[in-house]
Design a protein around this ligand. Sequence first.
Ligand SMILES: CC(C)(COP(=O)(O)OP(=O)(O)OC[C@H]1O[C@@H](n2cnc3c(N)ncnc32)[C@H](O)[C@@H]1OP(=O)(O)O)[C@@H](O)C(=O)NCCC(=O)NCCS
Length: 194
Amino acid sequence: MIDIKFKEKLESERLILKVPELNFDTAKLLFLYVDKNREELWKWLPWVPTNTKPEHSFEFLQSCQKDFESGIKVEYFIIEKSTGDFCGLCHAYKRADFTHHYFEIGYWLDKDKYGKGYMTEAVKTIEEYLFSQNAPKLVIRNDTENSGSINIAKRLNYHLDCVSRLDFYSKRLKSYRDVNIWSKLHPNIEKQRG
Ligand SMILES: CC(C)(COP(=O)(O)OP(=O)(O)OC[C@H]1O[C@@H](n2cnc3c(N)ncnc32)[C@H](O)[C@@H]1OP(=O)(O)O)[C@@H](O)C(=O)NCCC(=O)NCCS
């Protein structure tokens, strides 16, 4: 049903979104930022404690390449045009199986780049591309206490479909967590639905 080819590079006013190269230098750079942002990332992202050395980032990049080639997921490095700085990551994950048919968007930002609207701009850029390719629906999921992420969904006019109660177990918070599920439909589909 959803047969969309991800692009290697997208551009917006202030940002370049590009698929990272698979080599150890890129992995070292990525690991540097994971390590720098470890405290903030660990608040909301479960994989953080398992990423403790550049080799782990390299394995991550390998899995990204595999997923990109098979068309399941695109993971972009976000680059600031004015400086060339790495700003963070954002991805679109094709959830197309017997029970799901949509693209899920996820992200994290380097803490030095917070408060500039960069992630809102990056998500909007991915969104515009996927809708231009007739993606029917995009989804953002976030912990009900992750205000930074919630604000992105709100700023981009996503619809809060539901709160999935006790959706996952947070090792950090040692509790089951409620998760917001936000969606945005293709404008034509939204129009048809009235
Ligand atoms: C979630 C996360 C990416 C949000 O970062 P952020 O900087 O708040 O988000 P944006 O880059 O979209 O910037 C929005 C902020 O920039 C401000 N801003 C400045 N210029 C702007 C512009 N041109 N356009 C939009 N917003 C702008 C907004 O007012 C907002 O600030 P506020 O929160 O004080 O109101 C970041 O907190 C993060 O990486 N957290 C850890 C990982 C994480 O939680 N990931 C999501 C898991 S679901």
